[in-house]
Design a protein around this ligand. Structure first.
Ligand SMILES: [Zn+2]
Length: 320
């Protein structure tokens, strides 16, 4: 009897995943990344505002992030400490594991505070750390995923030669790469990232990278939105590639996100789509992005479990 009781939890834990949800796209950001907090966003935006070019850009930015007009608004955390506390609370509430990306020092702090609910990823909005720094981070256990590679914000296409040493390093270390392919905030080139180009959002730009690095484990963040044809082509021709649903599942009009997701699933790639929140400074947005997967009427329960957990567990080689 005692033996049975002692063994029972072992059987339960081997049959039931440790986490209900795996988020492969969580950020550890400075709280003032989008201006003085708190900052409002829509989750989702039902429509995107038009910009009047005769008015200062601040007028447009205020209608996107300051005082947006939408039914479902989400307020950011108020302080840096609150951002961490509220993010961890969300991970606990949903029984989640999250790949958290940012600068090494902040990510390391967050991983420690999250007590087994975060995996460290190193990436940056502007420049990546040096190869030597990444090797040292890997040795220290601080580099489980290389990303988010946000070179697109700095004007680089995903196949830019300057990224080549990073792809080679990730392949050598067998560390997954997470690369931003797709959207910045609408109009970002006018107010936040002057070198960002939407034209670099074609996932097929990664084809030669993948062929040069056949052992690379890479996922395309934001599922290469909005170029579904490119994304489907890349998934089809390169069966090791996965995607995540970051930002499109929380900020974009719900019917449109569902249509985009449905296209990828109907094309036969439901087992290579991973849930990503792209949570930045709005921890409550995690509720929105999870519900946008759970409410998709065209997904079976098994497909929802796959997107929310199983596909990421397989890709990341996580037992849990
Ligand atoms: Zn991104």
């Amino acid at each position: 009897m005692h033996l049975l009781i002692a063994l029972l939890p072992m059987f339960v834990s081997s049959a039931t995943p440790r986490y209900a949800i795996i988020d492969v796209h969580l950020h550890a950001e400075p709280i003032d990344s989008y201006g003085p907090p708190p900052v409002t966003v829509c989750a989702p935006y039902d429509e995107f505002p038009a910009r009047d070019p005769s008015k200062p850009i601040a007028d447009y930015v205020d209608r996107m992030f300051g005082h947006p007009d939408c039914a479902h608004k989400v307020l950011s955390s108020a302080t840096q400490d609150a951002l961490l506390t509220e993010t961890v609370a969300q991970l606990e509430k949903h029984n989640m594991l999250a790949v958290v990306s940012g600068e090494e020092e902040r990510v390391t702090t967050w991983v420690g505070a999250a007590k087994g609910r975060m995996l460290p990823a190193i990436g940056n909005m502007d420049t990546l750390p040096s190869i030597d720094a990444l090797r040292a981070a890997h040795k220290a256990g601080h580099l489980k995923v290389l990303g988010e590679i946000t070179a697109q914000y700095s004007g680089f296409a995903p196949n830019d030669p300057s990224l080549e040493p990073y792809f080679a390093l990730a392949e050598e270390l067998d560390v997954p790469v997470a690369i931003h392919v797709g959207p910045a905030p609408p109009g970002a080139a006018y107010f936040a990232a002057p070198k960002y180009r939407m034209a670099h959002s074609h996932a097929m730009l990664l084809e030669e990278v993948l062929l040069r690095h056949p052992k690379l484990r890479l996922y395309v963040m934001h599922a290469g939105w909005p170029f579904a044809d490119d994304m489907i082509a890349l998934l089809y021709a390169h069966p090791q590639v996965y995607v995540d649903t970051g930002i499109i599942d929380f900020a974009y009009p719900r019917a449109h996100f569902h249509a985009y997701l449905k296209r990828l699933v109907e094309a036969g790639f439901g087992k290579r789509i991973m849930y990503g929140s792209d949570q930045m400074i709005w921890p409550a947005s995690i509720d929105t992005s999870i519900s946008s997967i759970r409410s998709a009427p065209f997904l079976s329960e098994a497909q929802k479990r796959g997107i929310l957990h199983d596909n990421a567990a397989r890709f990341l080689r996580i037992d849990g």
